[in-house]
Design a protein around this ligand. Structure first.
Ligand code: HEM
Length: 567
């Protein structure tokens, strides 16, 4: 065939027509399947399941309010729940299905159905296409299902014991004090929310390094040091892996990526290798120290994990399981996979909870004084508050965390699909038969802020809502969510976050250290604002203008800030 212009055009057109026809076909098939569910449908031509669209979605954000196609942009983003919360459910109901050429996704904003999806982990499992993103270093407790998950969780659970929480407490106090010294020593004791995020990330990284991996460092310097035999610090490697998770996925899963972007591929390969080496060294060290079995005295997570794994190996030997029987322990690759996930799940989540709490505190002086009263009464001026005595009494500090997670938790929605060919799911009086490979996502942000359950002030940060007082003793404790509501920022049921208490202890230690010695005020950034009230409003605006990069992130953290006032 001669290479004429019309032939070239034809050659280019053929794949376009093929892709278009195939997508239209799948859209129609999916639409017909969605109709059978008996709930409202929203049809979109592109979705977050199209990788290419995820990469360019941001450029079309401005079209969100355009008539007719605005909702393509809204629902075409994987974390629309973060921005829109419960609002689309007012139009489409507490269960509706988003139909695209990829897989159908049912969105749920019903507390009972949401709890069922999280709790019945055998019927509603984690979809592999979504969770394989967390398997760069091996399968792990977060990503697997069924019997495999039970094996992982049995070995992971003992690592999160009270002994470990005490270590988290002590390390968090140390980090918080050092951070407060650095922060209050900055010019004018003031910082933008960018500095706040930076400080909170460093605290969380250091606490995880000490209480998770047995390596304690000082706040200033610490983890950024490059040990002999390495080319990057652990902090640097970790931040790269977390912040470029999509790049890491593309580079490790698709060989073609290396041909198209050789420089990026090389960088990813180096960082992955570096991180693997760190984790291998940590495991080797812990294996050596737990040799002989049962002798592990260290309180950090990894030593307990390695100890539990070695114990499972011994148990298996004693039980004399025959050839072909499934192992009871974790392979080396699975061990590494779990260490990676502890890093991923353990630091970004808590760092975020702290980062979002600072601006709210600075904008609400009365809440600082309210929580500060408790801190003064419980700590009574001591510099070394004892974990067992103090932590359970700092319920107002914990209420601050609940309230921040209610509005800005790290996981805006949570997706499952059914095990087997189908499952039934009831939303109020409507029962659906949900076929295999249909995503079912619980809208956490909707459930946590819908005014039907949380009242007219549902979008206000008001930690007092979490405190109840015993009429007889006057003792305060955390109140349950309002009647009919569900609150599950750490998920719920057997797959509830094993690091829940770890994160609570860390948060309370940091916040109580802050309130013991300081109060926060909104920072007036000269040239941008003039009054304290404008500075306060800027804090709230910057928080509200968040997008989602693995977890919620403020788009303009440099546009508002806080000042540390010594008491
Ligand atoms: C504010 C802090 C935290 C929040 C809000 C949080 C939230 C969550 C949520 C929602 C899940 C369920 C995820 C899913 O279903 O896909 C989860 C699972 C998990 N989290 Fe956390 N997390 C926090 C801190 C931590 C910490 C500090 C660690 C470890 C050091 C940790 C380790 C894990 C692990 C290993 C899982 C998987 C559990 C399983 O599937 O059995 N998390 N977390």
């Amino acid at each position: 065939m001669p290479l004429t212009t019309s032939n070239v055009l034809l050659l280019l057109l053929v794949p376009v027509v093929f892709v278009w026809t195939s997508r239209t076909y799948h859209l129609i098939v999916n639409y017909l399947a969605a109709r059978k569910l008996g709930i409202p449908t929203v049809v979109i031509p592109v979705s977050w399941q199209d990788t290419w669209w995820v990469l360019i979605w941001g450029n079309f954000r401005w079209l969100r309010h355009a008539p007719l196609i605005g909702h393509w942009i809204d629902f075409g983003h994987h974390n629309w729940a973060q921005e829109l919360r419960w609002r689309p459910h007012r139009t489409y109901g507490d269960a509706f299905v988003v139909v695209s050429p990829k897989k159908n996704e049912i969105m749920i904003n019903d507390p009972t159905a949401g709890v069922e999806l999280q709790t019945h982990y055998k019927a509603w499992i984690k979809p592999q296409p979504l969770y394989s993103i967390f398997e760069t270093f091996g399968k792990n407790v977060l990503s697997v299902n069924g019997e495999d998950w039970q094996r992982h969780r049995k070995i992971v659970n003992p690592a999160f014991r009270e002994q470990n929480n005490r270590l988290v407490w002590e390390e968090s106090l140390k980090q918080a004090r050092q951070m407060l010294q650095v922060a209050s020593g900055r010019p004018g004791a003031s910082q933008t929310l960018l500095d706040v995020r930076h400080d909170c990330v460093l605290i969380a990284l250091h606490v995880l390094s000490a209480a998770g991996f047995g390596h304690a460092h000082d706040f200033d310097g610490g983890l950024r040091v490059i040990p002999p035999g390495h080319t990057r610090s652990l902090a640097e490697a970790l931040m790269f892996l977390l912040q470029k998770i999509l790049l890491v996925l593309l580079s490790t899963k698709f060989r073609v990526f290396g041909w198209i972007m050789p420089r990026k591929h090389k960088e990813v390969t180096e960082v992955v290798q570096e991180f693997r080496q760190y984790m291998r060294e940590i495991v080797a060290y812990n294996r050596a120290t737990t040799q002989g079995g049962g002798g592990g005295k260290a309180a950090d997570i990894v030593s307990a994990l390695v100890e539990a794994d070695e114990a499972a190996k011994r148990e298996e030997k004693t039980a004399g399981l025959g050839m072909g029987a499934k192992p009871m322990y974790l392979s080396d690759e699975e061990l590494l996979g779990n260490l990676y996930v502890f890093n991923l799940a353990g630091f970004e989540t808590t760092a975020n909870a702290l980062t979002y709490t600072f601006p709210f505190l600075a904008a609400n002086r009365e809440v600082q004084d309210w929580a500060g009263q408790e801190v003064d009464a419980v700590l009574q001026g001591t510099d070394a508050p004892d974990y067992e005595r103090v932590f359970p009494s700092l319920v107002r500090c914990l209420a601050l965390m609940y309230e921040t997670l209610r509005l800005w938790g790290p996981v805006p929605d949570s997706t499952r699909w059914c095990a087997g060919d189908f499952q039934t799911l009831r939303v109020k009086d409507h029962e659906m038969i949900i076929p295999a490979e249909t995503y079912v996502s619980t809208n956490f942000y909707g459930l946590h802020s819908d005014p039907r359950w949380w009242g007219a002030d549902s979008l206000e940060w008001r930690p007092q809502r979490w405190i109840q007082t015993d009429r007889k003793t006057g003792k305060e404790s955390i109140a349950p969510p309002p009647p009919g509501a569900a609150f599950m920022p750490w998920s719920t049921g057997p797959r509830v976050c094993p690091g829940r208490k770890f994160s609570q202890v860390e948060f309370v230690a940091v916040i109580s250290s802050l309130l013991q010695d300081y109060r926060l005020e909104p920072l007036v950034i000269w040239g941008r604002m003039q009054t304290k009230e404008q500075a306060r409003q800027a804090l709230l605006d910057v928080v509200e203008d968040s997008h989602n990069v693995i977890t919620p992130k403020m788009r303009r953290p440099g546009d508002a800030g806080v000042v540390f006032i010594k008491r």
